[in-house]
Design a protein around this ligand. Structure first.
Ligand code: TUI
Length: 314
């Protein structure tokens, strides 16, 4: 099995999460320059916007990078064609099944890494020709599945032969070390990069992440079948109580529409969607993306050394 670093041509086995509105060219270029795989999140954007972002990353670095495509985006067809036309080195996908696009992407030499929340979908993606899989546990921020990283990663690793990248709740080297022990060959980091110096996120949103404690996230949308992990605020308390009363899914969608942009761009921490994972409680300082990756790698080596010392003595 090829290492994730060899597959992607990167220094560290770290890929950045595809965070809609947050992961634009500044962050993606910084992560790629720093030795990981930077990602441009396309969210609900169109092909022209993403083309501009791809060009902006290329102006800043020659290193490999990728585009994240959210499968619920009605414009996903156009975005797949764009990554083929632009010869984008790699893509990750989220919130759906990219299977039908994989043959054309492979033909064009694009490395395809679907993000999944179950072993069943991981297997289907491997059969469809995916190069690697991100197994994202429900500790992650944003749209999530049901299974924890602790249980999803080893079950996906047992289910497929392609490399597995662990995601959901990984912000530190200790957690990264644990993920490798579960069978992962790489890491996807989202929440910690949300607080990176280069992330173009309203300071008030970053400050909420930096101040968060372990119990500060909640999951909304369970009642409508689209669970999303966010930091608690006025909007989410209101939404959760409406869900308890049995809110109509259409009304739910209307209340949520535009709230991610409100948080990231406008910095509205009361009525915006402050998407973040459970690891927010471990993210305590704003620092450059390169430094984040160096720190994770150093901490991961230290974790192994101390575990080695423990087992040498016991
Ligand atoms: O996609 C994500 N995280 C996201 S996408 C997103 S955009 C959004 N904005 C507002 C409301 C809702 C979404 C924010 N965060 N992570 C990857 C991920 N994919 N997590 C879970 C899944 C997933 C779930 C079900 C993948 C496939 C799936 O089923 C596929 C099928 O059809 O079988």
């Amino acid at each position: 099995m090829k290492d994730i670093t060899e597959l992607l041509g990167i220094r560290y086995p770290i890929i950045q999460g595809g965070m809609a509105w947050v992961a634009e060219y500044h962050l993606a270029a910084a992560v790629s320059k720093g030795g990981g795989l930077g990602l441009i999140a396309s969210g609900s954007a169109d092909a022209d916007f993403v083309r501009g972002q791809v060009q902006a990353v290329r102006e800043r670095t020659d290193r490999p990078f990728g585009v994240n495509i959210m499968m619920m985006n009605p414009l996903a067809d156009d975005l797949m064609q764009l990554v083929i036309d632009e010869k984008v080195p790699a893509i990750t996908t989220g919130a759906g099944n990219p299977g039908k696009y994989i043959p054309a992407l492979k033909e064009a030499g694009v490395i395809v890494i679907p993000v999944v929340a179950s072993a069943a979908l991981a297997k289907r993606m491997e059969r469809a020709g995916a190069d690697a899989i991100v197994a994202e546990g429900c500790e992650a921020g944003g749209h999530i599945g049901e299974i924890t990283t602790m249980n999803l990663v080893p079950q996906v690793a047992d289910a497929v032969k392609i490399p597995v990248i662990a995601a959901g709740g990984i912000a530190t080297g200790r957690q990264a070390a644990a993920a490798f022990l579960l069978g992962a060959k790489g890491l996807q980091v989202g929440t910690r990069f949300l607080a990176a110096t280069e992330a173009q996120v309203a300071q008030s949103y970053k400050d909420r992440v930096l101040a968060a404690s372990d119990t500060d996230t909640v999951v909304t949308g369970r009642s409508t079948g689209h669970p999303v992990r966010v930091l608690k605020n006025k909007l989410m308390r209101e939404i959760l109580s409406r869900e308890k009363e049995g809110i109509d899914p259409e009304e739910f969608e209307n209340l949520m529409a535009g709230t991610l942009r409100k948080a990231v761009v406008d910095g509205d921490t009361d009525f915006g969607s402050l998407m973040a994972g459970q690891s927010a409680g471990l993210v305590t300082k704003e620092q450059p993306a390169a430094e984040i990756m160096e720190e994770i790698m150093r901490e991961m080596r230290e974790a192994y050394a101390s575990l080695g010392a423990y087992f040498a003595a016991n």
